[in-house]
Design a protein around this ligand. Structure first.
Ligand SMILES: [Mn+2]
Length: 263
């Protein structure tokens, strides 16, 4: 794409994201959740061609850039698809979309852009929605669950806030506590079973689908917290790229009610 085409794409995408709520409500059909793709354009193309059809909804859980070899192509392809299929495809915000809110390393995508394009991608991607809610008890987002009083309050979360940080950067650990402190190496906030149980009950949800943490067990907390990962960028942790398929006609009480497919 030329520079002019990229700017046009970012303008269109930014307008689209500005018109969406931060909390997306999905009510019918089959929903396909995709974990971090991290520059794995091949994975993204395969998923779009295989699943973007009929009444399916596709939800990408964030982290489209950095680490993989085709970050620029991956994010541009996803933005084009979003513009063409605005009500079938949803792109949630991951921490790697948040360079505007503070730099991090490694960030090969962001560091490879010139100042003007870095600014434009930052502005457009800082408008991405944060979470998906479904009536069968599922909530989906990139990392951990935010400290909000009610589900609808996710719509008020501002990029850069504490709640935004919990969603985009938060990790889950198999410990009993609630907030377990910041990881000294990655700087990510760590949360335990206590927080999961408390906030899921407050939000009235059964199951969380998220990505972000390739070394996390695929299911935690009595199969109520699913972590999927859909990039070849972390083969040493996750040898297979996984997605989660949820049929909104069926009740979901745990991971056993969700189809995990490899692509
Ligand atoms: Mn992440």
């Amino acid at each position: 794409m030329t520079r002019k085409e990229i700017k046009g794409l970012l303008n269109e995408a930014e307008k689209r994201f500005a018109s969406e709520a931060k909390l997306i409500l999905l009510k019918s059909g089959k929903v396909i959740f995709v974990g971090d793709t991290h520059g794995d354009l091949e994975a993204t193309e395969k998923i779009i061609h295989r699943y973007l059809k009929s009444k399916n909804k596709l939800v990408f859980l964030g982290d489209y850039v950095d680490r993989g070899p085709a970050s620029l192509q991956n994010i541009n392809f996803l933005l084009q698809q979003k513009i063409e299929h605005p009500d079938s495809l949803y792109l949630l915000m991951g921490n790697h979309e948040c360079y505007a809110m503070g730099s991090f390393h490694p960030a090969d995508f962001w560091e490879g852009l010139d100042a003007e394009l870095r600014q434009r991608y930052s502005e457009a991607l800082s408008r991405l929605p944060l979470a998906v809610s479904m009536p069968n008890g599922i909530i989906a987002l990139h990392g951990a669950l935010p400290n909000v009083s009610r589900l609808e309050d996710i719509n008020k979360i501002e990029p850069g806030s504490a709640e935004w940080h919990q969603i985009t950067w938060g990790d889950w650990q198999e410990s009993a506590g609630k907030f377990l402190g910041m990881d000294p190496y990655s700087g990510r906030p760590q949360f335990g079973r206590g927080w999961f149980k408390e906030i899921m009950s407050r939000l009235g949800k059964n199951v969380l689908i998220r990505s972000h943490q390739p070394d996390a067990p695929p299911t935690m907390y009595g199969k109520r917290c699913l972590t999927i990962f859909t990039s070849s960028a972390y083969k040493h942790y996750v040898p297979e790229r996984t997605i989660a398929v949820v049929d909104l006609k069926k009740p979901v009480n745990g991971a056993d009610d969700i189809e995990i497919e490899t692509i």
